[in-house]
Design a protein around this ligand. Structure first.
Ligand code: MN
Length: 314
């Protein structure tokens, strides 16, 4: 069989670490909840836990690191900014508070042992009523450049999560975000894509991943309704094939959110008003099996279409 001529330099990547967001397991964020989430993540067969860094002082980061290491897990951290601490604001005081929050989150993430701070780092995670201004965007670019330099000194990377129009006005597509990366101009700033948001803003689940190529640093996989993976209408096989096509070897993290029985406020910014699932363990195990089987199929498709296999580790 002849191998078709291709512009790809990618190889079928080695198996991606599979992650899960800590708030699948718990409805509060304190040390007891964090420890429970770590234990359950390992038990459900995941390799990585994503920790929310909304309030970096809420949990003892050193203790978290010990628990994560003992559980044999890797960690990534994420947050979204708020209107009162927003680096895309034209108000220098609000922008300064936003930058302080990012620095605190970055330092806590480093202490926890995370290799990346991800999420909506460039603006509030909220619905804006106007487009972002040039000056606001410039403030965000400048602050992210400084944060990236700080991250580099800690051996860390930033992932800018592309979210839909109801959750930011600074970037909503991979294309917007690649332009933002160009303006920031730091090699350790990457695009963080999420199928839930891609469903709303992108033409499909393939093209944005190809557009990002090696600048893709992190991937969230969630259903269009944020429930059981594969139970919605997204063509996730397309997404997994694109990840193989660009040689993405980074973590793939499952996100799902369901309204807690007793509202805690933690899910309000994401507009989680419905209960889509109750059995956390079943949801998590089902999602891991789903992602594993999607990856196996996508890797076989990549090999069949002529991508070279990954070099064996050693
Ligand atoms: Mn996400």
């Amino acid at each position: 069989m002849s191998v078709p001529a291709t512009a790809h330099t990618a190889r079928v990547p080695p198996a991606n670490p599979l992650g899960i967001h800590a708030l699948v397991w718990v409805d509060h964020w304190d040390i007891a909840s964090a420890e429970l989430a770590i234990e359950q993540t390992a038990r459900a067969g995941y390799a990585l836990i994503e920790l929310p860094m909304l309030d970096p002082g809420a949990v003892d980061a050193k203790r978290l690191r010990e628990r994560i290491t003992a559980a044999g897990l890797a960690a990534r951290c994420s947050l979204g900014l708020t209107f009162d601490a927003d680096i895309s604001s034209e108000d220098p005081e609000i922008a300064r508070r936003g930058e302080q929050r990012l620095v605190a989150a970055l330092e806590a993430a480093s202490t926890v042992g995370a290799d990346m701070l991800a999420g909506v780092l460039y603006s509030a995670l909220a619905k804006y009523s106007k487009p972002a201004s040039q000056r606001g965007r410039r403030n965000a670019v400048d602050a992210l450049g400084r944060l990236a330099d700080r991250a580099a000194s800690l051996g860390m990377t930033l992932g800018l999560e592309v979210v839909n129009r109801y959750e930011s006005n600074v970037v909503n597509t991979a294309k917007d975000t690649l332009r933002l990366l160009d303006d920031i101009g730091r090699p350790n700033v990457t695009v963080h894509l999420d199928s839930y948001h891609m469903n709303i803003e992108e033409v499909d689940l393939h093209q944005p991943i190809i557009a990002c190529g090696k600048r893709l640093g992190y991937v969230h996989v969630g259903a269009n309704h944020r429930g059981y993976l594969g139970s919605g209408h997204l063509e996730l096989a397309v997404l997994f094939r694109a990840l193989v096509e660009v040689g993405y070897s980074g973590p793939i993290t499952f996100e799902a959110f369901s309204a807690p029985a007793e509202p805690t406020g933690l899910f309000d910014t994401l507009a989680i008003w419905r209960r889509l699932w109750d059995d956390r363990g079943d949801l998590a195990r089902a999602a891991r099996l789903y992602m594993e089987s999607q990856l196996v199929a996508a890797r076989q498709a990549g090999l069949a279409s002529g991508l070279p296999a990954a070099p064996t580790a050693g």
